[in-house]
Every structure is written in structure tokens, then in C-alpha cells.
Design a protein around this ligand. Structure first.
Ligand SMILES: Nc1ncnc2c1ncn2[C@@H]1O[C@H](COP(=O)(O)OP(=O)(O)OP(=O)(O)O)[C@@H](O)[C@H]1O
Ligand SMILES: [Mg+2]
Length: 375
């Protein structure tokens, strides 16, 4: 098999030029774990790091001292060495509120914050979480308090959502439908717009039927208020996009050694290249290795069948079957990785074995950090 170059994560976290590491990948592959482990390792190797997590498992959050969703980085207790680590959980609604509060005078801010459309948009619109993760990243970077920011990405179905959602949300908020909805209020009264307004009136009328008058009114007030306050969602999404293209950024793509996750990782790697975003490499997480690999799956199965046919040594035959299962699994995982490597032979890769237990405390993270960097 072709061998991929080895991903040297220690070199990346030790490099003072690395300012942002983004851990991305499809759902459930280990993004949050990897981000937290890299943060801890970077801090213990002397850097001042902050980890921005999204939806960490409760026990992991607790072990990092994250008990509240208050959107501010908290120091993590128990970090060894000279460096320091802060961690925060992204609260998307709170981040949204903060933007409004920072940009609007108090009256206007209250008007927006209590608007029902705003409330549902800020907590449930698809893409909001991705948008807010980027927004928070921009804030942390501008504050310049940390020399390394590690970003975990939201549990999207597709890894690409992280790149696409902010632009999509920006397009929606800056888009034609919204303009249409807000136009009658802005253009009202001017005779030159009469005809146009009549047309818009029909549209608005139809939407009123569809959405109900109150909803439409809420939507209109919300969007005009928001637009007056800080407009240009799209421009902001683009700014963060540029931050992601900067040379100090490193994307770490995480995948499980399974078909869908590896395929998703492939798409993502290609997309990063198209966008000229700096890829560090691929972490294949939760890899299974079979001990006693000298005993092949086929021989192990044959031996088990032999024992079973004689009705002897139940336990031994069960162990032999288990071993065969592990060997098949390891081979399947190996094939999935080979597909990736032959499609992307220059992408550096590292593997992390599947641990017997979930990773939920600092010592578990430290262990993952060592495995991430093992060469
Ligand atoms: N190498 C590993 N060995 C064993 N368990 C692991 C390993 N890596 C991650 N896990 C466990 O797998 C689960 C999912 O990991 P994690 O939350 O990091 O994934 P994620 O990609 O962030 O998921 P989501 O897309 O839902 O945000 C967690 O319970 C974590 O402890
Ligand atoms: Mg996660």
C-alpha cells in the first residue's frame, strides 16, 4: 500500500506561527475530543491556548471546568507545566445576543432580543451554530489574548456545513426574500415605487396568508432593525472566511476509519484545496488493531468451527471468533484508509486507536494527545 506522510501535530502546535487550529469532520468522529486533546497538549508544551468547544459531552465539559454556558473562556485547572489552557462552550444564542448588544443602542437591542423571530432564528435556524462558531472565532482572534485558538466544529451531518452554513445564512439574511419583506416599509409612500409596491403588496399579502400577519410583521421589524444595526451578514461571514485562509490557520480533518466518514473527509480535503485553506492533515480516530495479528481471520474461524463441530472448548471457540471479527474489522478499516491515501497521497495522516472507554477527563485527553502525536 502507498504510505501517507506522517502528520506531525507536535510540530504544528509548537510552531508559534500557528494561531488557529480547526478540527472538522462529519458527525461523531471525535472532533471535540481531538480539539480538547490538542488544546491540553499545546498548553502542556508551553503555549497559551484556548479551546472553543461545541456541545461537549457533559462529563468532558465538567472535567474541563465548563459547567456553565456563559460564553467566556474559563481557565482549565490541572494543566501541567508553564502554559495555560482556557476552554469555553459555544452558546450560540448567547453569542448572537452579544453581537446585538455590542452593536445596538439599549432600546433597539431590547427590541431585537425580544422579537419572536429573532428568538427562533438565533436558536434554531440551520447554520446558525456554524455561523456563530465562526463569529466567536473572529472575536477570540481579535482579542489577541491567546497565542493559539483551537476550534471544535458543530455536530453537522456533513463536514462541509461548517464552511457553507455561514455563507448560506448570510445569503439568507442579506437575500432577496428579506429585501422583499422589508422593502414595503422602506419604500412606502413614494409614487415612483407605486407599481413595484403593488407587486410587493401582493407578495406580502400571500406571505401574510402563509405565515400569519404577526409573524410577517415580526420578521419585518427584526430584519430592518438588524440591518440598521449592523447589516452585511455576508460581509462578516466573508471576513471570517479570510481568517480561515490565513497562513497561521491549520485545518485538522478528523474521520473514523469507516466509509462514510472517510468519504466526507475526502470531500473536505478537496474543498479546502479549492478554497486555498491550509490543511494540516487527517486524523483517523478510533482505529482498531487486532492483537496476535499473525493468526489470520480465516485460520481463526476454521479453528473455531472445528472446536464447535466437536462440541469442545466453548470459551476458546468464542475467543477465536472474536479474534476473527477483530481481524476483519481491522482489514476493513485499513482498506478505507488506503482508499483515502491513494486519492490524496500527499495529505499527512496520523491514527488514534479506539480506546476501551470514552474520553471524559484530563488524563484521557492527555493520553489522546500522546497518541495523536505518536510517530
Ligand atoms: N479514540 C477514541 N477512543 C474511544 N472513544 C473515543 C475516541 N475518540 C472519541 N471517543 C468518544 O467518542 C464519542 C464522540 O466523540 P466526540 O464527541 O469527540 O465526537 P464529535 O465529532 O465531536 O461528535 P459530534 O459530531 O456529535 O460533535 C465521545 O464519547 C468520545 O469520548
Ligand atoms: Mg463535538
Amino acid at each position: 500500500m502507498k504510505t501517507a506522510p506522517v502528520l506531525d501535530l507536535d510540530a504544528i502546535i509548537d510552531d508559534p506561527g500557528t494561531r488557529i487550529i480547526v478540527c472538522c469532520g462529519s458527525g461523531g468522529v471525535g472532533k471535540t475530543t481531538t480539539a480538547a486533546a490538542l488544546g491540553l497538549r499545546a498548553a502542556e508544551r508551553g503555549r497559551s491556548a484556548v479551546v472553543l468547544t461545541v456541545d461537549p459531552a457533559r462529563r468532558l465539559a465538567q472535567s474541563m471546568g465548563l459547567s456553565e454556558l456563559d460564553n467566556t473562556p474559563r481557565p482549565v485547572v490541572g494543566v501541567a507545566g508553564e502554559g495555560r489552557l482556557h476552554a469555553m462552550m459555544l452558546d450560540m444564542k448567547r453569542t448572537f445576543d452579544e453581537i446585538i448588544e455590542a452593536h445596538a443602542d439599549p432600546d433597539r437591542a431590547r427590541q431585537i432580543l425580544t422579537n419572536p423571530f429573532y428568538q427562533s432564528l438565533s436558536s434554531s435556524f440551520s447554520g446558525t451554530q456554524e455561523y456563530m462558531a465562526m463569529e466567536k472565532l473572529g472575536q477570540l482572534r481579535r482579542s489577541d489574548e491567546w497565542d493559539l485558538i483551537i476550534v471544535d466544529t458543530p455536530p453537522s451531518r456533513s463536514a462541509l456545513d461548517f464552511l457553507d452554513a455561514p455563507e448560506r445564512l448570510g445569503r439568507f439574511l442579506d437575500g432577496r426574500l428579506i429585501r422583499l419583506l422589508t422593502a414595503p416599509a422602506k419604500a412606502g409612500g413614494r409614487s415612483a415605487f407605486k407599481l413595484l409596491n403593488a407587486g410587493l403588496g401582493i407578495v406580502a399579502g400571500a406571505l401574510t396568508k402563509l405565515l400569519g400577519a404577526q409573524v410577517l410583521k415580526d420578521l419585518q421589524t427584526f430584519v430592518s432593525a438588524l440591518d440598521a444595526v449592523f447589516g452585511g451578514f455576508r460581509a462578516r461571514a466573508e471576513q471570517t472566511y479570510q481568517l480561515l485562509q490565513a497562513p497561521g490557520t491549520a485545518f485538522v480533518v478528523v474521520a473514523a476509519p469507516e466509509r462514510d466518514a472517510m468519504r466526507e473527509a475526502s470531500y473536505f480535503v478537496e474543498r479546502l484545496a479549492e478554497e486555498r485553506m491550509p490543511l494540516a492533515g487527517l486524523v483517523v480516530n478510533r482505529v482498531h488493531h487486532a492483537p496476535a495479528a499473525a493468526l489470520s481471520a480465516a485460520r481463526s474461524t476454521a479453528a473455531a468451527e472445528d472446536l464447535e463441530s466437536r462440541g469442545e472448548h466453548d470459551l476458546t471457540s468464542a475467543v477465536l471468533r472474536m479474534h476473527a471479527g477483530r481481524m476483519y474489522l481491522a482489514a476493513r478499516e485499513q482498506r478505507e484508509q488506503e482508499h483515502f491515501v491513494s486519492a490524496h497521497p500527499t495529505v499527512p495522516v496520523t491514527q488514534v486507536p479506539a480506546m476501551p472507554e470514552d474520553v471524559h477527563d484530563l488524563s484521557g485527553l492527555r493520553r489522546i494527545g500522546e497518541l495523536l502525536s505518536a510517530r
